[in-house]
Write a protein that binds this ligand. Structure first.
Ligand SMILES: [Zn+2]
Length: 279
């Protein structure tokens, strides 16, 4: 059905765009303090995530973790859980609403309701120079979900077993000794580390393009509370052409954990959100 524009369509479209959540109202991430602590840190652990697989890792509160490309351009799908209660997990949709479609230095990874507190803060990002490109694309998005076998089956009729959803599920099963039935519902929408994505301007469709990450690029986070991280080296590789298959060239990702020798005294762990329901 054709829908005719009303006569005042230009005026309606010209309503001013208002930023929904003013970033100035968010708590200061305290980057100067975090960088001082980071300068004293020693690396305590390295985990290599093989191509088309996932791994989980523990990050104590106050420690830092870095995700690096090491052999080639590679996208990673990141999940975060509170170690004390894995039902509290990263909430990509609210993090997007608060910070924008792509995250970088100073942005926080917020947790699910009713907690809504920062689980981690991004402290370094060697791809921060990328910004928003001419197609509207950016790096490290919170607009995609995670590649998964259900959507792939829906669209192709095929079964593929190394989507990021499946890799993260298996990694969490192994890490917490859970059944698949217990682990799978805890897997959630991701921070697409190193992935370059956007929405087409004419049709609003989700697009991806080859990641600008090169070996040696990294993004680093401060753990605001005890965390379990989950990382899948996406079967899409640099996600320049396809995903959910064995076609793309894939590389490992490196996770390194750093323990500061001096913890900032003025940085308590964030508490659960203070909202109270009426009695
Ligand atoms: Zn993926």
């Amino acid at each position: 059905m054709d829908v005719q524009s009303p006569p005042d369509a230009p005026r309606r479209r010209a309503a001013p765009a208002v930023i929904c959540y003013d970033p100035a109202t968010l708590p200061d991430p305290g980057l100067t303090t975090l960088r001082s602590a980071r300068a004293t840190a020693d690396m305590t652990c390295q985990i290599t995530v093989p191509p088309r697989e996932g791994r989980c890792f523990d990050v104590p509160a106050g420690h830092f973790f870095r995700i690096s490309t090491i052999e080639g351009s590679q996208v990673g799908d990141l999940n975060l859980w509170s170690a004390a209660n894995p039902s509290e997990r990263f909430y990509s949709g609210k993090s997007r609403a608060l910070h924008g479609t792509h995250l970088s230095i100073g942005d926080r990874l917020w947790s699910s309701f009713p907690h809504l507190r920062p689980l981690a803060t991004i402290t370094e990002d060697t791809l921060a120079w990328y910004g928003i490109d001419a197609d509207g694309g950016g790096v490290h998005d919170v607009i995609g979900t995670r590649c998964d076998p259900y959507t792939h089956h829906l669209l192709s009729g095929e079964d593929y077993h190394h989507c990021c959803h499946s890799n993260l599920t298996r990694a969490l099963m192994a890490h917490l000794d859970l059944t698949r039935e217990a682990a799978e519902p805890l897997v959630h929408d991701v921070l697409n580390v190193f992935m370059c994505t956007g929405f087409t301007r004419d049709t609003g469709q989700y697009f991806m393009k080859a990641s600008p990450a090169r070996p040696g690029d990294y993004i680093e986070f401060h753990a605001e509370t005890d965390l379990i991280g989950g990382l899948s080296a996406c079967p899409g590789g640099d996600c320049g052409a396809q995903h959910s298959s064995d076609q793309a060239r894939c590389y490992p990702l490196l996770v390194e954990i750093f323990a500061p020798r001096i913890q900032p005294a003025d940085r308590p762990q964030p508490t659960r959100n203070g909202y109270g329901w009426p009695a």
